[in-house]
Write a protein that binds this ligand. Structure first.
Ligand code: ZN
Ligand code: ZN
Length: 176
């Protein structure tokens, strides 16, 4: 079965990208994958923007086969931009480090308690698996682009407005 682009028939499905519900009637992307637990296939649902950020290849395949998609151009642009940098799909939001124990996947140095770090995930066998963190200051080296703030904010739905403002400020500080 091909991938799916359709208006959500209910508001119950959660997006695999950001974890939030997909609203009734909102265009959603369904990635068809072999069912890891049984015969046949299963569908992973995403907000279209979340798919452009985390699953660009199957989203582009679905867009190719779709007749009329209102947001086609920005979605294609975001998905192609994601494909240009192989590590961008790993962005899974940001948080203040709850301890000083984790090491940065980029510079291998500890991430100090209370400082902002970007969470990474890897898509394997139909699921996103946590894969450590990088310093906000290491993002340009690690992702090979500075095109990440919108993604980080999107995948951090638990942050308050104040925290979002702090993260945005930390993003703007010189990285040395
Ligand atoms: Zn989402
Ligand atoms: Zn680092």
């Amino acid at each position: 079965m091909p991938h799916v682009l359709e208006p959500a028939p209910s508001g119950r499905a959660k997006c695999r990208g950001c974890g939030r519900p997909i609203a009734l009637g909102e265009l959603r992307f369904g990635e068809r994958i072999p069912n890891p637990f049984a015969d046949g296939e299963t569908t992973l649902w995403f907000h279209t923007v979340c798919a452009a950020y985390k699953r660009p290849e199957p989203l582009l395949q679905a867009l190719e086969g779709a007749l009329s998609v209102p947001e086609r151009e920005p979605l294609e642009r975001d998905a192609r931009r994601t494909l240009e940098h192989r590590r961008l799909p790993r962005i899974d939001g940001a948080e203040r480090a709850p301890s000083g124990q984790a090491k940065c996947r980029c510079c291998k140095q500890p991430i100090a308690k209370g400082t902002w770090r970007i969470r990474l995930v890897y898509f394997e066998e139909g699921r996103f698996t946590p894969g450590g963190c990088v310093h906000v200051a290491c993002r340009r080296v690690y992702f090979e682009t500075d095109d990440g703030l919108e993604r980080v904010l999107r995948f951090s739905p638990g942050l308050s407005d104040e925290e979002r403002a702090e993260l945005t400020k930390a993003w703007g500080e010189p990285t040395g």
